[in-house]
Design a protein around this ligand. Sequence first.
Ligand SMILES: O=C([O-])C(=O)C[C@H](O)[C@@H](O)C(=O)[O-]
Length: 253
Amino acid sequence: MRPNKLRTLLAQDTPIVNAWLSIPSGYVAEGAGHQGFDSVTVDLQHGLIGFETAVSMLQAISATEAVPLVRSPSKAPEVIMHLLDAGAYGVICPMISTPEEAAAFVAACRYPPQGSRSFGPARGKLYGGPDYFEAANAEILAIPMIETAEAVDRIEAILAVPGVDMIYVGPNDLALDLGEGPGAEWHPRATTDAIAHVLDRARAAGVATGIFCGDGALSRQRLAEGFDLVTPGNDFNLLMGAMSAAIAETRRP
Ligand SMILES: O=C([O-])C(=O)C[C@H](O)[C@@H](O)C(=O)[O-]
């Protein structure tokens, strides 16, 4: 099976930069994949993307060097399995707050006997190769999102769940659950303290860490703090920022 390059980068302790797609477009996905990101995530939770468009986007990413990931729209096992069948090499799953939820999520990502993934690797096999079934459990990444106060309280138990390859912090939802506003990871204490605690516990447990960041500057900071994977903003916001900058430059007196 095609090796999962993210596992190699993690083993080498090489920082991973991940793109985040909310625009429902194979064209944007292909372009993002050619920009030098290590992985590209198709976001089916908040991105305006349905399953069939996600398949086209995964195909487009597969034409590049970037590893195709998805954020699933929910914890539903059948949805997670379907996205893996579509060729995702890793799933970022929102709102995992307990070790039981983490175990159920990992099970959806693994074929028996390690899990309960149903067989039918449609595009997974085209992208991964003919031995997909034999090797998928070892290559596919299961990445629960830590984005609630309960998940922070129970972080050590979640990290101890076998098969959790990485945890991914959602700072905006975490801030909301802690009574702060989106973007709070820059300033107020509760969210910054919670993120630092999760990072510290994950590093102690030897579990890789990822985090969504608003931009490149915060991504650099998070890598310096010790996160393994960062996402420097989503496609739409980056595009709008580039448009605004172009207009401002054009109209500069
Ligand atoms: O809670 C979070 O920060 C996330 O789930 C990541 C971001 O919100 C992401 O979805 C976004 O804003 O595009």
